[in-house]
Design a binder for this molecule. Structure first.
Ligand code: HEM
Length: 270
């Protein structure tokens, strides 16, 4: 069947020809030029297909607000990343007083410093609460079952990494509270079976708690774990898109017991 082509809206049509001009169609309106830039990039990168695949997909009937908890966790992470970048502009991982002074500078003197630090500090708790609520939704709805086991396993890794972010971030102000809380945390890790003592030595950066511990926690908090979280969120979302969102347990797959067939049909109908 031939596709009906609709005319371009007026604001996107080429500007009228000026006297003496050869070809009016070569001049672009600003809106048209915008589209052309996107087209130009897409012609080279071919990303629009992937973006459409990711964003325009069918979701099962009966989904509700509980299904937004994964995205809410992702936005909490993004807020942590943005506020963390601004904090890193002023923070110094210096155990001989510099770390504490830089945090005091952020809180008392830097423009909006207290606000950004507060957002990062409270945001950490928000992200941990949201990730647990998201996990509870997935568990209670049975969404971890076939074929979403790998999505769950990646999720568990994300949960552990998020907790590591909280643990390593807590030391960074390097005040009395964060110092002694981290000493206790590392000692608890040391009591673990087999790898416990090696783990606590690794976290301390040797037998003594001190400057190496701070730079180690800083590197883990700023580089290692955020990088891993970004990569794993990518894999998590790829699987969510590829497998489709699971239906709530009270909505039955239309007359079929094979949910994969239903998912496959939904994907091919898009
Ligand atoms: C940084 C942490 C995480 C982010 C950003 C994230 C993001 C998401 C998003 C956006 C979805 C789709 C919408 C939804 O169901 O809410 C989703 C689904 C899912 N997540 Fe997570 N998630 C995270 C952690 C976890 C954890 C800790 C688990 C479990 C241990 C988990 C297991 C799953 C599963 C099994 C699905 C598929 C649910 C379904 O198909 O109904 N995720 N996740």
């Amino acid at each position: 069947m031939a596709r009906r082509t609709l005319p371009l809206p007026k604001r996107l049509q080429p500007a009228p020809k000026r006297p003496g001009e050869d070809d009016g169609a070569t001049r672009l309106t600003p809106a048209e030029a915008g589209i052309t830039v996107v087209d130009w990039i897409d012609e080279r990168m071919s990303m629009s297909g992937g973006i459409r695949w990711m964003l325009f997909r069918k979701v099962p009937r009966g989904i509700n607000w509980a299904y937004t908890l994964g995205s809410a966790t992702m936005f909490a992470f993004l807020a942590q990343a943005v506020t963390g970048v601004f904090l890193a502009m002023y923070y110094r991982p210096d155990a001989s007083g510099g770390a504490y002074d830089s945090i005091r500078y952020i809180t008392d003197d830097a423009f909006l410093g207290q606000f950004v630090r507060g957002m990062h500090k409270w945001g950490a708790s928000v992200m941990i609460i949201l990730i647990f609520l998201h996990m509870a939704r997935v568990f209670l709805f049975g969404a971890y079952k076939y074929p979403r086991e790998l999505t769950w396993v990646i999720g568990v890794t994300l949960l552990i990494l998020t907790l590591i972010m909280g643990f390593t971030g807590y030391l960074l102000p390097f005040d009395q509270r964060s110092y002694w809380a981290s000493v206790v945390g590392i000692n608890i890790n040391g009591t673990g079976p087999f790898i416990g003592p090696y783990l606590s030595d690794f976290l301390r950066g040797g037998p003594e708690f001190g400057a190496t511990t701070l730079s180690r926690f800083y590197a883990i908090h700023m580089l290692l774990v955020p990088g891993a979280i970004i990569a794993l969120i990518g894999a998590h979302l790829y699987l969510v898109t590829k497998l489709g969102i699971s239906a709530p347990p009270w909505v039955r797959a239309e007359s079929q017991t094979d949910s994969m067939a239903v998912i496959e049909r939904a994907r091919t109908e898009v």
